[in-house]
Every structure is written in structure tokens, then in C-alpha cells.
Design a binder for this molecule. Structure first.
Ligand code: MF3
Ligand code: CO
Ligand code: CO
Length: 277
């Protein structure tokens, strides 16, 4: 069942999203060579608690942390390991879900560590743009397939990247994962019709090489875990926002910078028009 949210509920999710965005804004200044994934976890967990919220990933299906931290070829669900030390040129993805006063928000961001290569900058840029294409497609009357199609065409046809199929966006609120499934691939005009009051995440994971992923094990007797990496070892980027679909268009509930969002959405709307998405 897909529940449509009231304005009050969307406001609550936006408050939750502000806390989450605060973590990302802090990380933006903090991430540099020598920092460990566990340092990121400690900062995020403390920040969330200090702002009257709780980390929803902690305790979710046995997960022990507030954050997922994935580096380079790691795609998703990596634990924030103490021995994962960031190096110059790395790309690190930090994904977290926050609950404030019963309202959920979910957002992942990619960060370049130190000085990234042009190749890494391009991967990050295309991945971020693909998220905003998906958001710009999230208008009442469009279908889920319109979101997926735009992301897939942009990343795989216009750029020669791999668009991960096996991990998807989702409805959100009252729990982290609700219906509908939000695929990052698809066909124009296909799938569920979008309605005002739906709250969803869009969270494309884009690989430099193949879209296929594989499992990898954290080999730590005290903290074993299985997470996802790209199947060919190529690097991966991810950006995720939580948004509400409204009669006034998509509203980003995990916004870090409203002006930047507007710029990205203006670019996306223009691109969608020119490419007839
Ligand atoms: N935040 C992730 C998502 O985007 C969920 C991570 S689940 C965890 O859906 F268990 F790994 F934390
Ligand atoms: Co997430
Ligand atoms: Co999510």
C-alpha cells in the first residue's frame, strides 16, 4: 500500500531532513586524507543525537551503525570500518537515514577526498545530475518509469557508465523502506502514476564500468558483514535525496543548499525538454 502524506507529515520529514543535511554539510568540510570511515560514523551519530533525532539504520535488520560508508569500488551497505582510512583521490559515499519526532529522511552523498582525478570528478558530476533528472521527473501525472528512464538514458547512453539495477530507491515514511520500489532504470510512460503526497527516495548508484555488483565480506571476527561492490572493480558514485511529490512539483526534503538545488533542477528540466524524456 502506498500512503499519501499530509502537509503536516511532509513538514515533519523536512525537519528530519534538515538534521540529515546538517551531517552532510559537516562532512563536506571534514573529509580529507587520513580520516577513517569510523570517524565519519562518530561525527554523524553524535550530530544526529545532539539534534534531537535518532539514526534509523542502527538496529535496522541487524545493522549496527548510523551510517553506511563505501569507498571507491564499494557500492553500498559498507560498514564504517576503523581500518578504512581515506586516501588522497578516493571517492567516499556516506548514506544515512534519520528519524526525528517519528519522521524519516534518507540521503547519501559522494565526497572526493583531497584532489580527485578528472575521471572521478566526471563520475560524480554525471551521477549527481542523474539524481536531479530523476527528481525533475517526479511530477504529478508522470510515472515511475519516467524517473528510471531519464536516469538510465543519461548515465548509460549519453555517458558510458553502468547504472546499478539491483539496489533501488523506495517509498519512505512511516518507516525507512515503504512501497513503491523506485527503480533507477525503466521505460517512459510505464509503471505507477505519481500522485501528490507520495514521499520517495531516488538514489542512483552509477559505476564507471559494468552495472553489475558483487558481494564482499568484511573479514573482522568482531564485526563480520556482507556489502556490495562493483563486479569489475570500477569505481562507483551515489547521491540520494528524500522528496515529496506535490501539486507544486517535487520538494527536496534533504536539501543541503536550496539555491544549488534550484540550479540543478533548472538544468535537469531543460535537459529533459531537449531530450524529450
Ligand atoms: N539508507 C539506505 C537506503 O538508502 C539503507 C541502508 S540499510 C542498512 O535505503 F541497514 F544498511 F543500514
Ligand atoms: Co540511504
Ligand atoms: Co534509501
Amino acid at each position: 500500500m502506498i500512503t499519501l502524506k499530509s502537509e503536516r507529515e511532509i513538514k515533519g520529514m523536512r525537519e528530519s531532513g534538515k538534521v540529515l543535511a546538517g551531517v552532510h554539510l559537516g562532512l563536506r568540510d571534514m573529509i580529507k586524507p587520513g580520516l577513517t570511515a569510523y570517524d565519519i560514523e562518530v561525527f554523524a551519530n553524535d550530530y544526529i543525537l545532539e539534534h534531537g533525532a535518532t539514526p534509523s539504520e542502527k538496529g535496522f535488520e541487524g545493522y549496527k551503525y548510523a551510517t553506511c560508508v563505501d569507498v571507491n569500488d564499494e557500492v553500498a551497505h559498507g560498514t564504517p570500518r576503523r581500518n578504512l582510512i581515506l586516501k588522497d583521490g578516493d571517492i567516499v559515499k556516506v548514506d544515512m537515514t534519520v528519524n526525528k519526532d517519528g519522521y524519516e529522511s534518507d540521503s547519501c552523498w559522494s565526497y572526493a577526498v583531497g584532489t580527485p582525478s578528472q575521471q572521478t570528478k566526471d563520475l560524480m558530476d554525471v551521477t549527481k545530475k542523474s539524481l536531479y533528472l530523476g527528481i525533475a521527473q517526479s511530477v504529478v501525472g508522470n510515472r515511475l518509469g519516467d524517473i528510471g528512464f531519464a536516469i538510465q538514458d543519461f548515465t548509460e547512453n549519453k555517458h558510458d557508465y553502468g547504472d546499478v539495477r539491483d539496489l533501488i530507491g523506495h517509498g519512505i515514511q512511516p518507516t525507512m523502506h515503504e512501497k513503491p520500489d523506485v527503480m533507477h532504470y525503466g521505460q517512459k510512460g510505464k509503471g505507477l502514476r505519481l500522485k501528490a503526497g507520495m514521499t520517495i527516495t531516488i538514489e542512483p548508484m552509477i559505476n564507471e564500468g559494468t552495472w553489475e555488483i558483487a558481494d564482499r565480506e568484511v573479514k573482522d571476527v568482531n564485526d563480520p558483514w556482507i556489502y556490495y561492490v562493483s563486479a569489475d572493480g570500477s569505481w562507483s558514485a551515489q547521491y540520494e535525496h528524500t522528496l515529496a511529490i506535490t501539486d507544486d512539483g517535487p520538494k527536496i526534503l534533504t536539501s543541503q543548499d536550496a539555491e544549488e538545488d534550484e540550479k540543478m533542477l533548472a538544468w535537469a528540466r531543460d535537459y529533459i525538454k531537449k531530450n524529450n524524456y
